[in-house]
Write a protein that binds this ligand. Structure first.
Ligand SMILES: NC(=O)c1ccc[n+]([C@@H]2O[C@H](COP(=O)([O-])OP(=O)(O)OC[C@H]3O[C@@H](n4cnc5c(N)ncnc54)[C@H](OP(=O)(O)O)[C@@H]3O)[C@@H](O)[C@H]2O)c1
Length: 291
C-alpha cells in the first residue's frame, strides 16, 4: 500500500538549529520535509500565519525560528513578543486545527538563575530578561492551546552555522593576544546537531509524550571554561582572563546558573546525550573541514 509520507514543517530553516535539521533531514526520503524561513513564512505577518501554516498540511511542526537577539530584545520588547510569543500562538492554533504534532524550542533563560542544582522541567520559572519573558509566554500559551505539544528548553546553542560563542571565540582568539570571558555563569552548551538528532529521534520513535523537556549536552561548565576548551581543542594561543558578570555589562541580564537536568528527555525517549567536550570537538573538526 502506498501510504502518504509523514510531512514535517520546519521553521527557522536558515538558523543554527534549522540548518542542522536541514542537514540531517534533507536526504531522508522517508519523510516529506518542508523548510521555511523569513521569506517563505514571515512570523511578523501575524494575521496570515495561521492560514499559511495550516496550508502546509503538516503532520509535525518543528518551530525553531525565533527572535534570538537577547540584548537587542531589551530595547525591542514588542518585536520580541510578537515573534517569540504571539507568532508561536498562531502556529500552535494551526497545529491544533490541522492535527499536527508540534515541537517548540524554548530556552534556559526562562529561569532566574538562583538555583544550586540542575533545573528540572517543573523548577520555578522567573525570566530576568525580555527574551526569556517572551519565550515563557509562548510556552504557557502553547500549553493552553495544545497540551500535547512538546516543548524543548535548550541552552548555549552553537553550530557550524550562524553566529555563536564558539565561532566568536575562535575569531577573537585568532586576532587578539588577550580576551576576557565571564566565569561566574554556569550551564551547559548545546551542539545544535545533537539537538537536531534528538528531535528527529523523537519523531521517528513515534513515542509522542507531550510536555516540557530539557536538552543540552551533558556536563557543566562556565563561559570561561568553555572558552578555555575551545582554545585547547583549536590549538590557539591567547590569554583568556576570567571576569565576573558585573565586569562585563550587557543590555540583558543572564541567569547565573542555568544547568538543565536532562533526566526526563533521556528517560522518556531513550536518548543518549553526548558530553559537551566531545560534541565541541566534533563541531570544531567539522568547522575546520566545512567548505
Ligand atoms: N542560540 C541559543 O543560544 C539558544 C539558547 C536557548 C534556546 N534557543 C532557542 O533555540 C531555537 C533555535 O535557535 P537558533 O540558535 O537556531 O536561532 P538562530 O540561529 O538565531 O535562528 C533563528 C531563526 O529564526 C528566524 N527568524 C527570526 N525572525 C523571524 C521572522 N520574523 N520571521 C521568520 N523567521 C524569523 C531567523 O531567520 P534569519 O536567518 O532570516 O534571521 C533564523 O533563521 C530558538 O527557538 C531559540 O529561541 C537558542
Amino acid at each position: 500500500m502506498d501510504e502518504r509520507k509523514k510531512r514535517v514543517l520546519i521553521t527557522g530553516a536558515g538558523g543554527q538549529l534549522g540548518s542542522e535539521l536541514k542537514d540531517i533531514w534533507e536526504s531522508d526520503e522517508s519523510f516529506d520535509v518542508i523548510f521555511v524561513n523569513r521569506e517563505t513564512l514571515p512570523l511578523d505577518e501575524l494575521d496570515l500565519l495561521y492560514k499559511r501554516v495550516l496550508s502546509h498540511k503538516a503532520d509535525y511542526i518543528i518551530h525553531a525560528a525565533a527572535y534570538t537577539a537577547v540584548d537587542k530584545a531589551e530595547s525591542e520588547p514588542q518585536q520580541a513578543d510578537l515573534i517569540n510569543h504571539l507568532a508561536s500562538i498562531e502556529i500552535a492554533k494551526a497545529a491544533k486545527d490541522g492535527n499536527a504534532k508540534l515541537i517548540f524550542i524554548s530556552t534556559d533563560y526562562v529561569f532566574q538563575g538562583d538555583s544550586a542544582n540542575p533545573l528540572s522541567e517543573d523548577s520555578t520559572t522567573n525570566p530576568i530578561n525580555v527574551y526569556g519573558q517572551s519565550k515563557l509566554a509562548a510556552e504557557l500559551g502553547i500549553q493552553t492551546i495544545l497540551p500535547q505539544a512538546i516543548i524543548i528548553r535548550t541552552s548555549w546553542v552553537y553550530s557550524i552555522y550562524g553566529k555563536n560563542f564558539v565561532k566568536t571565540m575562535i575569531q577573537l582568539m585568532k586576532t587578539k593576544d588577550e580576551i576576557q570571558v565571564v566565569a561566574d555563569q554556569e550551564g551547559s552548551p548545546t551542539y545544535a546537531l545533537d539537538l537536531a538528532e534528538a528531535i528527529k529521534n523523537i519523531i521517528v520513535s513515534e513515542l509522542w509524550v507531550g510536555g516540557i523537556y530539557h536538552y543540552s549536552n551533558e556536563g557543566k561548565t562556565t563561559w570561561y571554561n568553555f572558552a578555555e576548551e575551545i582554545k585547547r581543542l583549536a590549538n590557539l594561543n591567547c590569554q583568556i582572563n576570567p571576569v565576573s558578570t558585573s565586569e562585563f555589562p550587557t543590555a540583558a541580564k543572564r541567569p547565573a546558573f542555568s544547568l538543565l537536568s536532562k533526566e526526563k528527555i533521556k528517560h522518556t525517549f531513550k536518548l543518549a546525550i553526548p558530553d559537551w567536550q566531545k560534541s565541541l570537538k566534533e563541531m570544531l573538526f567539522k568547522l575546520e573541514n566545512h567548505t
